[in-house]
Design a protein around this ligand. Structure first.
Ligand code: BTN
Length: 267
């Protein structure tokens, strides 16, 4: 059997015919960097860099939410960060928007259903295939965001790091083929661009799509908010305040994405 070698990221392929309106005026590809989010923060120094997108084939210090690392071998994933300096969306809505955009882009690359596990995971067959890291800094009452996205593409059951093997998967594993990362990058940028525009005009449309893609809605969930655990039924999401949970102990409570981790959910 001949082995199909995955192609390297190619800026010309990603930029060809790319009709985005608010992001990706500039697309930069690094072969190796600490974290694409670090590079993106350097670009935030100049407001002209709004919408710049940075990709990397490899990260030496990729980070996830909280204290988590983001692990990926060279060329295995789609690793990118988007500079957003002129985005008026609240952080909660921006995260929901990005999750919808990433899930839709991944969903077009294989025969599986891509779902969203609030707040930042994209799930294929109940395993994590992508994560989103939203970072923000506020200066003179304006908030700048860096949106970091990591999508597992060419990982195999053998190459996935032992510590994430049980909970993680990749597009190639789930589709039993070799995904085209340049095409995925293009789809991701177009999807993000489209959904950012939708979100700025009509957040209800984002919420509607999020509800269709969510693994949590209508399910029992246990979550950790700061140092406390809560259990209940997920009954919705709010574009400002986060996940809405009907608690077992009574009452309804909102949980924001920044300080909440899902400990357990019933599928
Ligand atoms: C998570 O699931 O915890 C979020 C993971 C985000 C990973 C991406 S990879 C590209 C960008 N650069 C980073 O260092 N992290 C994000």
């Amino acid at each position: 059997m001949t082995e199909i070698r995955p192609a390297a990221l190619d800026p010309d392929k990603i930029k060809a015919n790319l009709k985005t309106r608010c992001i990706a005026k500039d697309v930069i590809i690094h072969s190796c960097t600490s974290s694409t989010n670090d590079i993106a923060w350097q670009y935030t120094q100049n407001t002209k860099n709004d919408g710049v997108v940075i990709f990397a084939e490899e990260q030496t210090a990729g980070r996830g939410r909280g204290a988590n690392k983001w692990l990926s071998g060279k060329g295995e994933s789609l690793l990118c960060s988007v500079v957003l300096l002129d985005c008026e969306l609240a952080a909660e809505l921006l995260m929901l928007t990005c999750a919808v955009a990433v899930a839709e882009a991944i969903g077009r690359c294989g025969p599986y259903k891509a779902k969203i596990r609030w707040p930042n995971d994209v799930i294929l067959n109940e395993k994590k295939a992508a994560g989103i890291l939203l970072e923000s800094k506020t200066k003179k009452s304006r908030t700048g965001y860096v949106l970091g996205i990591g999508v597992n593409c060419h990982q195999t059951l053998k190459s996935l790091p032992a510590e994430i093997k049980d909970a993680a998967t990749s597009i190639d594993i789930e589709s039993a083929s070799v995904c085209d990362r340049n095409l995925l990058a293009k789809r991701l940028l177009v999807s993000l661009d489209d959904w950012l525009i939708v979100a700025s005009r009509d957040s209800e449309q984002v919420l509607e799509r999020w509800r269709e893609l969510s693994t949590l809605l209508g399910r029992r969930v246990t979550l950790q908010y700061r140092r406390r655990r809560f259990s209940g039924n997920c009954i919705g999401v709010d574009p400002q305040k986060g996940l809405v949970v009907q608690l077992d102990r009574g009452g309804t409570r909102f949980f924001n994405a920044a300080h909440t981790t899902i400990v357990r959910q019933d599928f």
